[in-house]
Ligand binder design. Sequence first.
Ligand code: TXA
Ligand code: MG
Length: 318
Amino acid sequence: MLNNNIISANASGIKIASNILRKNGIISFPTETVYGLGASALSSDAVAKIYAVKKRPSFNPLIVHVSSLKKAMEIGIFNQEAQKLAERFWPGPLTIVVPIRKNSQISELVTAGLSTVALRVPSNDIALALLKYCDIPLAAPSANLSGTVSSTNAKHVLDDFHSSIDIILDGGKCKYGIESTIIISAKDGFKLLRAGCITEDIIKKELNIIVQKYESSTIIAPGQLEKHYSPKAKLRLNASALLEDEEFIGFGKVPDGISSTINLSVNGNLIEAATNLFSILRSIDDLKLNNVAIAKIPNTGIGIAINDRLQRAAIQNI
Ligand code: TXA
Ligand code: MG
C-alpha cells in the first residue's frame, strides 16, 4: 500500500482488485478518460454501494465496462451500424447506449429501470487487464462525489472517497482527462448524449455515419443536465480581461497585463487542456478562489467537450 488504500496497478494490484470485485466490493481504477468507481454489474449489492458512496441519485444509470465487443454483445443488442461504430472506436473513449438483452444478468440498479444499457470497452491498459482478469462486467461511474468534477488521478479519488471504497488502483494521470463521448443507438439513428474526444465530425469522416444532436425535453442521461460539474467558485467564461477580485485561468498566451499562473495549456493545445481541465477545476476549490475568469477555448474538436464541461461548471453560480 502506497498511501491509505492506493495501490500500484501492477499484476499483483490487479489480482487484489479482482478478488475485491468478486466479493462485491468497490474499487477505483484508471481509464483513458477519467477514473472509474467499479463494482460487479451483476450484483445489486455491489451496485447499491456505488450509489451510496457516490451519493448519486438512484435514477442515474451507470456505464457497463467490458473487455471486448463480443462481451458487450452478450449484454446489449447491437444493430449493424452500432456494431460498425464499436468495431472502429473500441477499445476507446466512446460509450454506446443500446437496448439491453432480456437475459443479460445485469443488475436492474445499473440501468435504473431503463430498457437500454450504456456499454464501453476502455483502451487504458490497466482497465483492460482488470476487465480481462476479473472477467466480470463492471458498472463504473466516474470516481467523484455526485455533483463534483471527475477524477483524473488517484489523489482526486482519495480526496473524494478516503476509505469509503476498498482500494484505488493507481495508474497515474488519465490520458484524455474528459469523460467518454456517449451516443445512443435509437430507432431513427444515432444521437449524441454527451460530447467527448470522439466527435460527430470524426465519426462522419471515418464511417460516414451521421450522429444527430439529441433534441428532446426528456433528459435520459443526467450528463445532459445543465448543472452537473461544479466547483464552488463563480466562473466567468470567454474572458479576455480581468475584473476586480478575479483569478485568471488562461489558455495559450495570456492577455497583456494579466500575470496568470494557472493555464490549461500554455501552448494553446486543446488535448493538453482537456487533460488538465478537471485538475484545475478541483484546484479552484482547494485554493478557495471565489471568482474565476477563464479564457476563451476554441469550440472545435475536443474543445467542444471542454466548453460543454465549463458551461455546466459555470451555471450553478447564476
Ligand atoms: O469516461 C467515462 O464514461 C467514465 C469512465 C469511468 O468510463 N464514466 C462516466 O460515468 O463518466 P458517469 O456515470 O459519470 O456518466 C455516465 C453517463 C451518465 O450521464 C448516465 O446518465 C449516462 O451515462 N447513462 C448511463 N446509462 C444510460 C442509458 N441507458 N441511457 C442513457 N444514458 C445513460
Ligand atoms: Mg460522472
